[in-house]
Ligand binder design. Sequence first.
Ligand code: C5P
Length: 214
Amino acid sequence: MGYAIAEAAVETGHDVVLISGPVNLTPPCGAKFVLVSTSDEMFDAVHQHADKSDVCILCAAVADYRPANISPTKIKKRGERFSLELIRTRDILDSLGRQPDRQFLLIGFAAETNHVEENAAQKLREKNCDIIIANDVSSTKSGMESDVNEVTILFQNGAPQKISRAPKKIIARELVKIFTKFATKMFDKKNVTITETQLSEVIPNSSPFPRIAD
Ligand code: C5P
């Protein structure tokens, strides 16, 4: 979805920075592209751009754990079983949500297989974002690794809004419209940042978001 949102945002005239891990997709023309390969690199890249943005959209399915140690040399096989110690990665969305004087619209994604809206609503509260996009990934016919999707948009205040099954490009255009409208009500800064499993995007100085009351 991140690449589709980046494309839709470029199409509507935003300046976009797309921060992505290695994926088998071509970044949209017109977006600034930042390639990262670890969750720490994505964390740093997102934080570098977030405060200059009007909107940050975090779509990336960032790994929840990473190896505690990295071997500079080949690890030789030993025994029938082998365990790797894993430690938690830093949660990028959560870290942005905790910024006390945040001046950008913060949007997260919640890929869920059951109790989709309930779990997404919990993430919206816990990670303190403004909007969360609930994505049912229990079906192989939409969601991840598919060109189609269906989503429910949850807001901190207000009724959820559904976008029914459609190509990701169409869903992305609808989402960009909704985010732009929402941001117009909140901020007048000049940038937008979006992230996904392996990507984030930033829209800089030309976004038309007017200021509203603090
Ligand atoms: O808790 P969960 O991983 O399901 O939350 C999904 C949301 O959190 C997505 O917006 C994802 O981009 C973001 N996330 C993150 N950093 C992580 C893990 C998830 O920003 N380390």
